[in-house]
Design a protein around this ligand. Structure first.
Ligand SMILES: [Cu+2]
Length: 143
């Protein structure tokens, strides 16, 4: 009976734990020179992973909230991941295809406080129009 009780307690704690752990979101490089999730929404502490599912792409952060120091861009065709600890809007691109619009946004903690700054980033004409489309998507999904 005692061991049954212990088993039950272990099962119960396992049932509760996953919800408390940080999540991980996976984004793929597509054959169409885009990121599979262009507007990613995550919570503070979540990890985003970029998977080199197609050749010739990488991840290069352009901007984020004030305290964010953009990490070194990833190598082409490399797996990459980042844990987001500061709420706000982040923009990144693929270095070779950024000018043709291979961009992504990460919205952390449903926080849009630095959106104006992101909107004013200097990009190519095509990338600017892609960014405007992504911002519309992000704003329409605001909680
Ligand atoms: Cu690319």
């Amino acid at each position: 009976m005692k061991s049954l009780l212990i088993t039950f307690c272990l099962l119960a704690s396992h049932a509760i734990l996953p919800g408390a752990l940080a999540n991980s979101l996976k984004i793929e490089f597509t054959a169409d020179d885009t990121f599979s999730i262009e507007v990613a929404r995550v919570e503070v502490g979540d990890k985003v992973e970029w998977l080199p599912t197609n050749d010739g792409h990488n991840v290069e952060f352009l901007a984020g909230p004030e305290k964010f120091l953009a990490p070194k861009k990833s190598d082409i065709d490399a797996h990459y991941s980042l844990v987001f600890t500061v709420p706000g809007v982040y923009i990144y691109r693929c270095t070779p295809h950024g000018d043709s619009g291979m961009l992504g946004l990460v919205i952390v903690g449903n926080d849009f406080h630095n959106l104006e700054r992101i909107k004013n980033i200097k990009l190519s004409h095509v990338a600017t129009s892609v960014l405007q489309r992504l911002i519309k998507i992000a704003e329409s999904n605001k909680i």
